[in-house]
Design a protein around this ligand. Structure first.
Ligand code: SIN
Ligand code: CO
Length: 383
């Protein structure tokens, strides 16, 4: 699916991370990618993260899945919504919704959450930490947007849901199939289904917090450090006032930290691995049958297309020495020559046909076989 009437440059200049934007049906043709009963089916599966939010006389309620099929029959005619996280991992047509937004780099993408609501269903007024494109799939939803919120914004006293206590809408629209509302981080928003079978897709982004970066990078560094690596002062000179921590000592202590934390090349490697760690690391996507390197070489040479598992995270980093580091689901592959071309192409496209140079490169074949056997890539044949 492609965006036809959409000004990417104008959006990045005027809206991205700045202000909400309503984009009325910009698609060349809009086809809703998942039906309500298919979504309910996903919400019954063990490995799928699903929630139901209801709103009634006893207030807001949150339930976590997986749900028994019977749960859907018990839901009333109004004011409930089913939310399924990372539906793009399981339904290729939902994964295809990310493609038009890939003018934003992949490493910023989180997942596509899908909601299906009965009349007047919604999750209540709230704000998120992340950018989101809310695409109306089926039915109608009234979206209200409020001012920018922060940690100080009062919330309702609710154990499970972070709902705004004083939400006042400043703008309001009814979205119809194909319409998109972009909401930057922090802006209060409230979506209420108008009629049944209201399906909304949230193409959601992520951005690491400074505390998460420093904490996780430090944890990783600490693993490689040992107790012998400590402050030393073999050049110590007698000091006039023994009570002073001299600036020479502070410099040396501070350098012990900045030498490690300031190592940009080491940081880049760590970040590539960290950022491509799968959203659900416990999920096993390995194929039933192991493929040999000989089979991979043959299939690549015959022009068989490879496709990425939509649940796998792929990114690459160019190194100063001209090599490429490929990161797939937290694993690093150092690549050069034809293998690096292959790595960069598979990051750029969800599908790839290797060219003759790549197909005859042993390193490329080995890496492709490893990725296939981990379930990150698959040949298109037979599906
Ligand atoms: C929804 O789809 O109902 C909620 C999406 C959101 O507000 O982030
Ligand atoms: Co939201």
């Amino acid at each position: 699916m492609e965006l036809q009437n959409f000004d990417t440059a104008g959006f990045l200049r005027d809206s991205w991370q700045q202000q909400p934007l309503l984009i009325r049906n910009p698609w060349a043709r809009w086809d809703n990618p998942i039906e309500p009963d298919e979504l309910a089916g996903l919400a019954c599966e063990d490995e799928v993260e699903a929630r139901i939010v209801t709103h009634g006389v006893d207030g807001w309620r949150l339930e976590h899945g997986p749900f028994p099929e019977s749960r859907f029959a018990e839901l009333g005619p109004k004011e409930w919504t089913l939310l399924v996280q990372a539906a793009d991992h399981h339904v290729p047509q939902v994964a295809a919704l990310i493609e038009p937004f890939r003018f934003i780099p992949d490493w910023r993408i989180d997942d596509v959450m899908v909601s299906c609501a009965a009349d007047e269903g919604g999750v209540g007024p709230h704000f998120d930490q992340y950018d989101v494109f809310l695409i109306q799939g089926l039915g109608k939803r009234r979206w209200q947007i409020g001012p920018k919120c922060d940690d100080a914004s009062p919330l309702l006293n609710h154990g499970d849901l972070r709902l705004l206590a004083n939400f006042e809408a400043t703008q309001e629209w009814v979205l119809e199939p194909g319409d998109i509302l972009y909401v930057p981080p922090g802006f209060g928003h409230n979506g209420i289904a108008v009629g049944d079978n209201c399906i909304t897709y949230s193409v959601g982004f992520r951005a690491p917090s400074r505390s998460e970066l420093i904490g996780s990078w430090s944890d990783d560094l600490l693993e490689a450090m040992n107790d012998d690596d400590r402050y030393g002062d073999p050049d110590l000179e007698a000091q006039a006032n023994p009570g002073e921590i001299t600036s020479a000592a502070i410099n040396r202590l501070h350098a012990m930290i900045t030498e490690k934390l300031g190592d940009r090349a080491a940081f880049a490697r760590w970040f590539g691995q960290y950022n491509t760690t799968p959203k659900y690391p416990e999920m096993d996507w390995q194929p039933e049958d192991h493929i040999s390197e000989t089979e991979v070489a043959e299939l690549l040479a015959s022009g068989e297309a490879l496709r990425r598992n939509p649940a796998s995270r792929f990114s690459f980093i160019r190194q100063d020495d001209g090599t490429t580091l490929l990161f797939v689901d937290g694993q690093e592959y150092q690549c050069s020559g034809a293998q690096a071309e292959f790595a960069q192409q598979i990051c750029g496209h969800a599908n790839l046909v290797a060219d003759a140079r790549q197909a005859s490169s042993q390193q490329t074949v080995q890496m492709a076989a490893a990725l296939i056997n981990k379930g990150n890539l698959a040949f298109d044949q037979g599906d």
